[in-house]
Design a protein around this ligand. Structure first.
Ligand code: BDP
Length: 633
């Protein structure tokens, strides 16, 4: 990411510079794709399941449940994968369960995967919240900390040991949040025996969404050849009509054989080729990747086919979709392909009835249809990394993403920081090649009044910028004091505010003054473009009152409107985007501020529009006409 001056000079420097995306983690995390040399077998469906309800939640380990089928060590129920387990049964204990839950199932592995010693078999979990341990046939193959990113283990030699036996996969998942986890939480034991039974404890958390748990994303087995394409990194740029793709490919598992790279356009026609593990592809008459509503042909993707040869035979093939675009930030603008981009979008959650945070194609496609209906050109993955399939949809549809890592954090110790750096590495490693990702958000509303916060944020932001020099970095903040700690390091100021909601309740008349003072102060201080990264009001669908009162659809509408008036005044200055909180109602922990969840959605949790959806739709299409068209150079 660079501040544009003379673009031509910068492009030249880009060509001469070293690769901007430098990843310290070993190994890649390429999304599993089938090719003539790779197969994928989905393990979604019903697994056996048991929550470990023992007082210390440790019975599963004490009795080694992974050594046998789960059904042999106690009662099991059927549990869908992927899905959160919380809302699947009628049992409130399971809904609110804290501790280890156990899943297992048997898989028939194709005989040729076992007999062919040249095949590598990998087990991959798209995500499981929060801490996971995985065994295959009773042997531990991996463990992973963090609820929203994939992890995998090679299991080839293990399944070859007893080729005639079905392969049993056991996954134990623990959703306990502590001061060491990200997001953090605390377990509080209630020791007053006159009020609580023995061993009674609660999980305290500082974020506003239900702590859904379980295996949330698809579980797969996939194969690669023994010597395989492990990782690909691309960075894109353009000069006049020529697109430039700088690539780097790493091969693992043996001697790095000849690599051949072929770029195809959307129709499968040859565009460019190259040999070797790194280089630059030149694309004549380039078709740039443009955001939705900014171009008549948004989300244009090329395909980069990477082939690994040995003795003139192709040994492995992986095809990466990629978009050619640039991102730059000035003091007042966010530029995509050197044109000012205005974010008119939403914040989301991966959340729905029954499945909780579980991956669900019908829900994903419905949400994209709703976003396009609304005229949304962008969203923030509040407050954790979303499924990679969602990012791929964004790439294809031209929906721009602010890729966020974490919700609220308030612990700034060394252990948290080291873990935060590792998950940031994991996020960049997974998402670096998505053209839709235009900015990293390292956290939401960190409580930065804590003393070590400044060091923490400086380290984290600098680390992220060192990982990826091609994208701006931000964190989302709500208080000026919080921004003081990280403000000097961010590229874009992302600010949340809830005027006339959490403060000055019911007083819509104060919004214009407070909001514009707020913006002026932020801009004066940091001289960075500003995004309103959250604003909104709860509205119980069907509740009406005029003049408007809090919690009615009319109040939600009126509050949005009063924010919009100020946005329109600042839009041609330094104000570069507005993301409503929230796209849809979502579940939270129980509490007196939440009526069966957070109701700030402009759609209900079942994705039906409230009045505000129509208001926003009118505004976003108007904004698309005013800001989205290609501006002349
Ligand atoms: C914001 C948080 C978001 C909450 C929202 C709210 O970033 O996670 O859901 O407040 O209170 O400050 O609705």
């Amino acid at each position: 990411m660079s501040v544009p001056g003379s673009f031509a000079v910068l492009r030249l420097l880009w060509l001469l510079s070293v690769f901007g995306t430098v990843l310290p983690l070993d190994g890649g995390m390429l999304f599993p794709r089938e090719s003539s040399f790779r197969e994928v077998k989905e393990l979604n469906g019903l697994w056996d399941f048991r929550a470990d309800g023992s007082p210390n939640r440790n019975e599963g380990f004490e009795k080694a449940w992974h050594k046998r089928q789960l059904a042999e060590t106690g009662p099991v129920i059927e549990m869908p994968v992927p899905a959160s387990y919380n809302d699947i049964t009628q049992d409130p204990t399971l809904r609110d369960f804290i501790g280890w839950v156990w899943y297992d199932r048997e898989v028939a592995v194709p005989a040729r995967w076992i007999s062919d010693q040249g095949t590598r078999v990998v087990l991959r979990v798209g995500s499981a919240h929060y801490y996971s341990i995985v065994w295959v046939n009773g042997e531990k193959v991996t463990e992973h900390e963090g609820g929203h990113l994939p992890f995998e283990a090679e299991i080839s030699s293990l399944i070859r040991r007893e080729p005639m036996k079905p392969c049993r996969i056991t996954i134990a998942v623990n959703n306990t949040l502590t001061l060491e986890t990200l997001p953090p939480g605390t377990i509080q034991y209630m020791n007053d025996s006159s009020r609580y039974p023995d061993g009674f404890f609660v999980q305290n958390m500082d974020f506003d969404f239900f702590n859904y748990a379980g295996i949330h994303r698809p579980v797969l087995l996939y194969t690669t050849p023994k010597v395989y394409v492990d990782d690909i990194t691309v960075e894109t740029n353009f000069m006049d009509n020529t697109g430039l793709i700088r690539y780097k490919v790493s091969v693992q598992g043996g001697f790095s054989n000849t690599l051949n790279i072929t770029l195809m356009d959307k129709d499968g026609h040859f565009v460019a080729s190259s040999n070797g593990s790194s280089g630059v592809l030149r694309v004549v008459d380039v078709k740039l990747w443009w955001p939705y509503l900014m171009h008549e042909n948004p989300g244009y993707l090329y395909s980069m086919k990477v082939r690994q040869h040995a003795h003139r035979h192709v040994r492995d093939e992986y095809t990466l979709p990629l978009g050619i675009r640039t991102v730059n930030v000035t003091n007042t603008q966010f530029l995509i392909n050197n044109k000012p981009f205005y974010f008119h979008g939403v914040n989301k959650h991966e959340d729905a009835d029954i499945r909780g945070r579980g991956f669900d194609w019908p829900l994903i496609v419905k949400d994209f249809n709703l976003m396009k209906w609304l005229g949304v050109n962008s969203f923030r993955t509040s407050h954790y990394p979303y499924a990679e399939e969602i990012l791929q949809m964004c790439d294809r549809h031209g929906i721009v993403l602010i890729d966020e890592l974490l919700p609220h954090i308030s612990v700034f110790g060394n252990a948290s920081l080291s873990h935060h750096l590792v998950v940031m590495d994991e996020l960049v490693r997974r998402d670096k090649n998505h053209p839709s990702v235009v900015m990293w958000s390292v956290a939401n509303e960190p409580a930065s009044e804590m003393p070590p916060a400044e060091f923490y944020f400086k380290t984290l932001i600098e680390h992220t910028k060192a990982l990826d020099q091609t994208r701006p970095v931000t964190y989302v903040t709500i208080a000026e004091a919080d921004m003081d700690k990280g403000g000097p390091y961010v590229d874009v100021v992302c600010v949340n505010s809830y005027f006339a909601w959490y403060f000055d309740q019911g007083r819509l008349d104060i919004v214009p003054l407070q909001l514009s003072t707020h913006f002026e102060n932020w801009y004066r201080k940091y001289q960075r473009p500003i995004i309103q990264s959250e604003y909104g009001a709860d509205a119980v669908p069907g509740l009406h009152m005029d003049p408007p009162m809090m919690f009615t659809e009319e109040y939600q509408n009126a509050l949005l409107q009063s924010y919009h008036d100020v946005f329109d005044q600042k839009r041609n200055q330094y104000f570069i985007g507005e993301l409503i909180w929230n796209f849809a109602d979502f579940m939270t922990a129980q509490g007196i501020y939440r009526v069966v969840g957070n109701k700030k959605g402009i759609f209900t949790r079942q994705r039906q529009p409230k009045a505000a959806a129509f208001l926003l739709r009118k505004r976003y299409w108007r904004l698309a006409n005013e800001t989205g068209r290609l501006l002349p150079d």
